[in-house]
Design a protein around this ligand. Structure first.
Ligand SMILES: Nc1ncnc2c1ncn2[C@@H]1O[C@H](COP(=O)(O)OP(=O)(O)OP(=O)(O)O)[C@@H](O)[C@H]1O
Ligand SMILES: [Mg+2]
Length: 378
């Protein structure tokens, strides 16, 4: 018989099971409460500003420059316009700008214009006067402009704003006053606006889908947030920070990437930018039996995700060569030509030990052309 005295021999196991069960229950409760408070704050659009400029990881020239511009913008009271592809960190920067502005102690209120049905947007923006409607809104409701009083109003996906409302937004920004729905009283507001979009606003203006006057009103301090492929040298640091953050959340060890796994990541196009990088890391971690992640595992994730179009990295290529081999197939030609040109100039400058005349000769271009290109790079 396997368990002669079942009660006594199973006792330690049963005890352990009970403890585990308790731990599991605790963890579930903790998760649930986190989710509830998160949902609550998301519903009101009010979030604690957790991010500072230090949260924007990156030491590449492009990252340093965007942080410099954002810091400068934080010191002013003007509207800020964050332009950049999806997942580049626009929202993170908006939080950081707020957190280091004079309004840091005020609220940070965000409104994702793309996520709210057009018919409800006006009420979200400007609020509803008491008695304007029967039913749930009978008591009236504050709009985001008023909720942001003394703080920052983050208008995300501004490019998705319906035309009709654009003129009302413009008027509010110009006058510093809003008119809640169903009221005929103007109310002042005091909020700094930060707008963001991944869409081409200039094109929207040209096509007549975005008001030019509103564009100029918002475009006082435009900040272009660079895509990840323009700052590939930040990828290792990002992998480290994202990995640690993932580990903190899951309680597991942070992932450790082999050198070729890292260079594979550095070679991707990253259309979804940092968000996509994080997803790929998460998936690779989930699939891996240990915290070590190999290039082959990443390759599988990248292939299946279907977002990034990967080609096998040539075995003997240096990371730089691998990078251009992989990305060469999928990027716009102009971008590739510019990159090749940069690489050629760098190589010639190194070979000529910084002697520009010699480098120009090697490249078969005039010195003036080389100086022009070097200025472009700097
Ligand atoms: N430089 C960075 N360092 C660390 N994490 C970053 C950085 N940039 C972005 N992230 C992280 O990547 C994710 C996407 O960033 P964010 O939401 O700010 O992008 P976004 O530009 O607003 O994208 P979308 O246009 O899709 O809304 C977030 O989890 C954010 O914390
Ligand atoms: Mg965003």
């Amino acid at each position: 018989m396997l368990f002669d005295h079942a009660e006594t021999s199973l006792q330690p196991l049963v005890g352990k099971f009970a403890l585990l069960q308790r731990d599991l229950d605790d963890a579930r409760r903790e998760l649930a409460s986190q989710r509830i408070s998160q949902e609550k704050s998301q519903r009101s659009g009010q979030r604690q500003s957790r991010y500072t400029f230090a949260s924007f990881v990156g030491a590449s020239p492009a990252a340093v420059e965007v942080k410099r511009q954002a810091r400068r913008a934080a010191q002013t009271a003007s509207p800020v316009l964050l332009l950049g592809e999806t997942g580049t960190g626009k929202e993170l920067l908006a939080h950081a700008i707020h957190a280091s502005s004079a309004r840091a102690d005020g609220p940070f209120i965000s409104l994702n214009i793309a996520a709210v049905p057009d018919t409800l947007l006006e009420a979200e923006f400007f609020g509803v006067a008491p008695g304007a409607y029967t039913g749930a809104d009978r008591k009236g409701r504050e709009g985001k402009f008023r909720l942001a009083h003394g703080g920052t109003l983050f208008l995300d996906e501004i490019g998705d704003m319906p035309l009709g409302l654009q003129s009302k937004l413009l008027r509010a920004l110009q006058e510093g006053e809003i008119e809640p729905l169903g009221s005929n009283k103007l109310m002042p507001f005091d909020a700094r606006v930060i707008a963001a979009t991944s869409r081409d606003l200039n094109k929207l203006v040209r096509e007549g889908n975005f008001r030019e006057d509103l564009f100029y009103r918002l475009n006082v301090l435009p900040i272009r947030v660079p895509p990840l492929r323009e700052r590939r040298e930040d990828i290792p640091a990002l992998v480290e920070v994202l990995g640690e953050d993932m580990a903190l959340r899951s309680g597991a060890q942070p992932p450790e990437l082999s050198a070729d796994a890292l260079s594979l990541l550095s070679a991707q196009v990253w259309r979804g930018n940092i968000r996509e990088l994080r997803n790929v890391l998460e998936q690779a971690t989930m699939r891996s039996d240990s915290h070590r992640i190999l290039a082959s595992q990443l390759q599988a994730v990248l292939r299946e995700s279907g977002v990034a179009q990967v080609e096998p990295v040539p075995a003997l290529a240096t990371p730089g060569e691998a990078a251009s081999a992989v990305t060469a197939t999928v990027r716009p030609l102009a971008e590739q030509v510019a990159e090749l040109e940069r690489q050629a100039i760098e190589a010639a400058m190194t070979a000529a030990r910084g002697n520009k005349a010699a480098a120009a000769k090697m490249l078969g271009i005039s010195r003036a052309t080389l100086y022009g290109r070097l200025d472009d790079v700097a």
